[in-house]
Design a protein around this ligand. Structure first.
Ligand SMILES: [Zn+2]
Length: 471
């Protein structure tokens, strides 16, 4: 098995990836909070970690991949109240939409997809254990983590407690109502009291809800264990979310929560972070109206996951030509049975071997999909340039196989016509038909009507002209 190196946020550098137990990899990525439609930033996070888990499997690791769904959160409750529906219904609706987006983008299902509300008992037990160990304290109906009790706090985000206290002043002003409940402004909630009319659960500290950070610590522990191999997420989660997960889990277990902490960068629009608060996001559903799932996936993967992506419609359009280049080359692929009957030239075999090595080298170097994709393009050019049909077949099969490692479907959509384009084409055909009739070319007019009927389009003539409908 070739060596993989990953950039570990915890160390601030690349290091060799060595799982704790043989070739078993336990991997957890923080999933969405389901209260709105997913945008390209969400798509990036899902696609990047999907490719990482796909590649680890391809490289021979036995991966258990967990991605959670946060279905209890103040944002969910607020939105549900605005819409006059229950928070359960709202989070369920957006969970369905999230799954739909994931399926369209060819993101594989994780091995486990825990929803926070299914693990409340584990979160309560986790909180109680932290209180018992002296790392948390009850304050009225809330429970807070005592940050000063965990000496390594700040190690992921590379900030010490003093720096954090300065940063916490702004937050303390914003959360003045909580100030009297906390020992220190940097302490964070494990459990928050709630009114019994709201979404919540009974607990030893009264009716309330778990804090967001606690959810992941409790679910990681329950599903994967106290120490995992890879904990992944967007770079905006480093602080405070992942820092707090580390504090909770490591204070309680006395061992590392995860060996490798991996973070993907943002999608920016005009160099601003793409976020709902900026109102500049395009939902995944918006983008899929115009672009194929492979185009979106290729657009995301042609940047290394730790570099920000500047999003413009023009840059996405540019990627369409890239996917066409790959699809044209891959159209020479043949079935495994057919391939068995052909012998590629020594030159083609050598080219395929070189490609495979360079692809692996790129992916082993912190999952550099940008370089892996440029290798795919080179292979595609080689397929176009060779005149030997059996070499084209052989190299196209290699291209197809490796494109799929990156989760590209390679579904040939070059001749797919969407409804809008289809409608306009039929309107055009009917215009040509009425022109044929005007010049008394009834044979052409009848041929058009007959052919349209055969493909399920009914033409209706009236004094105002012809109209059509699908039968
Ligand atoms: Zn998380």
């Amino acid at each position: 098995m070739s060596k993989i190196h990953v950039f570990n946020t915890l160390l601030g550098k690349k290091e060799e990836f060595i799982p704790r137990q043989g070739n078993a990899v336990k991997m957890y990525a923080c999933g969405p909070t389901v209260y709105d439609l997913s945008h390209l930033g969400h798509a990036r996070m899902a696609i990047v970690w999907d490719v990482v888990q796909r590649y680890l499997r391809f490289a021979g690791y036995d991966v258990t991949y967990v991605r959670n769904i946060t279905d209890v959160d103040d944002k969910i409750i607020k939105r549900a109240r605005e819409l006059g529906i229950t928070p359960e219904k709202l989070s369920r609706q957006y969970t369905y939409k999230f799954w739909h987006d994931m399926q369209e983008l060819n993101v594989e299902s994780p091995d486990f997809e825990p929803r926070a509300t299914e693990f409340i008992a584990q979160m309560i037990a986790f909180t109680q254990a932290l209180i018992d160990a002296g790392h948390a304290y009850q304050s009225e109906g809330d429970v807070y983590f005592d940050v000063a009790s965990f000496k390594e706090y700040g190690k992921l985000g590379k900030q010490n407690l003093e720096q954090l206290l300065v940063g916490a002043r702004d937050q303390a002003v914003a959360q003045e109502s909580l100030a009297h409940l906390k020992k220190s402004p940097v302490d964070f909630a494990l459990w928050k009291s709630a009114d019994v009319s709201e979404l919540g659960w009974p607990s030893p500290w009264g009716y309330g809800r778990p804090g967001w950070h606690l959810e992941c610590s409790a679910m990681v522990k329950r599903i994967l264990g106290e120490t995992i191999d890879i904990h992944a997420g967007g770079e905006d989660l480093v602080f405070p979310h992942h820092e707090n997960e580390i504090a909770q889990s490591e204070a309680l277990h006395g061992q590392p929560m995860a060996r490798y902490w991996l973070h993907n960068s943002f999608v920016q629009t005009n160099s601003e972070k793409m976020a709902k608060s900026l109102g500049n996001f395009k939902t995944i559903q918006d983008l899929l109206q115009t672009f194929s799932p492979d185009t979106i996936r290729l657009f995301i993967l042609q940047s290394h996951y730790r570099n920000p992506i500047d999003f413009t419609i023009e840059s996405l359009q540019g990627t369409s030509t890239g996917i066409q280049r790959l699809l044209r080359a891959a159209s020479f692929a043949i079935s495994a049975d057919e391939a068995e009957a052909e012998i590629p030239s020594a030159a083609a075999q050598a080219a395929a071997e070189t490609f495979k090595q360079e692809f692996a080298e790129a992916m082993n170097n912190d999952f550099n999909t940008a370089i892996a994709i440029s290798q795919l393009y080179q292979l595609a050019d080689g397929i176009t340039q060779t005149s030997s049909l059996s070499d084209k077949h052989y190299l196209a099969n290699t291209l197809l196989h490796y494109a799929k490692v990156l989760g590209l479907t390679m579904k040939d959509t070059r001749k797919d016509i969407n409804n809008e384009v289809g409608s306009k084409l039929i309107d055009l055909i009917l215009t040509l038909r009425s022109e044929a009739r005007a010049r008394k070319d009834y044979a052409s007019a009848d041929l058009i009507r007959k052919t349209l009927t055969e493909i399920g389009v009914n033409v209706m003539d009236s004094p105002q002209g012809a109209s059509w409908e699908r039968v």
